[in-house]
Design a protein around this ligand. Sequence first.
Ligand code: BV8
Length: 230
Amino acid sequence: MPRPIKNIVILTGAGVSAESGIDTFRDAGGLWEQHRVEDVATPEAFVRDPDLVLRFYDMRREAIQTKAPNAAHDALARLDAEWPGELLIVTQNIDDLHERAGAKRLIHMHGEHLNAWCTACDTRSQWTGSLIDRPACPACGMVGYLRPDIVWFGEMPYQMDEIYHALNRADLFVSVGTSGAVYPAAGFVREARASGARTLELNMEPSQGSHWFDEARQGPATRLVPAWVD
Ligand code: BV8
């Protein structure tokens, strides 16, 4: 007899924002200006060719700001507002569509497109403009030290302790719109299973980790997520 569902963890990936018009990594073929995203989203790329990396994030920041949340973001925000137990949305996405839909109990494990990180004074600040022009840090005034506050490949994702704490207490783990290609996020389903949680995958197609889920449903997030929430 499965235990009652009190605590929920929801992992989202690029697929939850796809129907808002934000390219997933797969749709873009993982390419940008003939570069593999994995080769652009790294600290080494930033050292090797900072302009290429800053252009990539300026383009993404500009694109995201023209997009709006979709029915999947709205349904998850509704669940967040109404669920009496513990609930945590962990997003791999750097867009702010979950917040703009109203979600509150949310962690951006890979950072946020509207934040910049000053490597001179180590502070983070909201930044909606371009970084390619090497603006001065709003906190320390140093010029040329701002980078996107994004977790690149090889860097430690944010708030991992909070995430594993929630996974260890979860009665239900739901993964929405992710290919299960990137760790440590791709391993969360196994953490949840080890804690006895039931696991559900909602994705356009089976992910690389579908076999770890008790149930996997295929289809667009704007159909599957409201149907599951409501
Ligand atoms: C770390 C920010 C350690 C950048 C990103 C273990 C095994 C193997 C490799 C590793 C491992 N541990 C670590 C690694 C290395 C690496 C990794 O996993 N590499 C992969 C490529 C093998 N991981 C890391 O480097 C991580 N860091 O482990 O640090 C450490 C320890 C100590 C000290 C220091 C460090 C950091 C990874 C974070 C990288 N940054 N994002 C940016 O966004 O620009 S990852 C980036 O790619 C995204 O954030 C996202 O996470 C990932 C893409 O994944 P998805 O979101 O799933 O997107 P994708 O396009 O792949 O899939 C979309 C899915 O949606 C598809 O399945 C599609 O079918 C579906 N879909 C499409 N449309 C819809 C839909 N579904 C529903 N409805 C639709 N309409």
